[in-house]
Design a protein around this ligand. Structure first.
Ligand SMILES: O=C(O)CCC(=O)C(=O)O
Length: 268
């Protein structure tokens, strides 16, 4: 468990019409954070689609509105690995979740930042994190360890619902994209590998996070160190989306052109 102090992400909304300055900030810090730039209606639909499936598996409380995303207390946290579950496989097939990756805001922003024809990865992730399921919290890592292809791949992490810190948002360590690849070791949590917490502390840089709100966007480079925070809420599900982009001309791992975890799902 890390004891490092957390600081606030710095929003870049005031430079949304100044691409050179956004590129400077991205090159300097390894991330960009925007408040409220994504369509909340579309995100609410995706949230409802994901929760409707989770509800079929009994994970969502049904005597309150579905959209609240209240965990029923049934089953999931210790017993099952989310990424190989039938629930996750069905989320990955949701049309509105998949279509969101090519919405105008993301496409224009990313093609502008990269100054290039854009390649969106098909390996999109729609994640549900259960309260108290700390063993599954994503450990510190750099996406290039998993995504390969080119390190100049940019992840867009998007909360599908308000995500105050106690729900376990995402934290990035600024400027770590300048360090190249750090050693990843087997670690508990989603993905199974990460950069040891002690090693992260030695870097002497803060973890940046915030109380995320629906519509926010956190975007970072393939070498930027980041991690999830524990979902310490009493009973709320944390829903988040990940879309990745790179220049069309750059190397791409064939796995990025397939659905995530293809071929690794548990049986229904
Ligand atoms: O949301 C999470 O738990 C992990 C997200 C992540 O690692 C990513 O977006 O690359």
């Amino acid at each position: 468990m890390s004891t490092q102090l957390k600081q606030e992400l710095s929003p870049s909304n005031e430079w949304l019409h100044d691409l050179p300055e956004l590129r400077n900030r991205l090159n300097e810090d390894g991330y960009l954070f925007f408040r409220g730039i994504l369509d909340k209606n579309e995100l609410t639909h995706i949230r409802e689609d994901m929760l409707a499936i989770a509800s079929e598996y009994g994970y969502v409380k049904t005597d309150v509105p579905l959209v609240d995303g209240i965990y029923s207390g049934e089953g999931f946290p210790t017993a099952i690995k989310f990424e190989t579950s039938p629930l996750y496989r069905r989320i990955l097939g949701l049309p509105r979740f998949n279509a969101f990756g090519s919405n105008a805001v993301l496409s224009l922003l990313l093609s502008g930042l990269l100054d290039s024809e854009l390649q969106e990865h098909r390996r999109r992730i729609g994640r549900i994190t259960f309260p108290g399921s700390f063993k599954n919290t994503t450990p510190p890592h750099q996406d290039y360890f998993y995504i390969k292809g080119t390190p100049d791949t940019y992840t867009c992490w998007i909360p599908a619902g308000d995500c105050p810190e106690e729900l376990g948002g995402l934290a990035v360590m600024p400027k770590t994209h300048k360090l190249g690849m750090l050693t990843h070791e087997p670690m508990q949590g989603t993905g199974g590998h990460g950069v040891l917490h002690e090693r992260c502390e030695e870097l002497g840089l803060p973890w940046l996070t915030t109380d995320f709100q629906m519509g926010d966007l956190l975007l970072f480079h393939g070498h930027t160190l980041h991690k999830a925070l524990d979902n310490r809420s009493e009973n709320r599900l944390r829903l988040s989306l990940e879309y990745r982009y790179q220049r069309k001309v750059d190397d791409i791992d064939p796995g990025s052109m397939e659905y995530h975890m293809r071929g690794s799902f548990d049986k229904d």
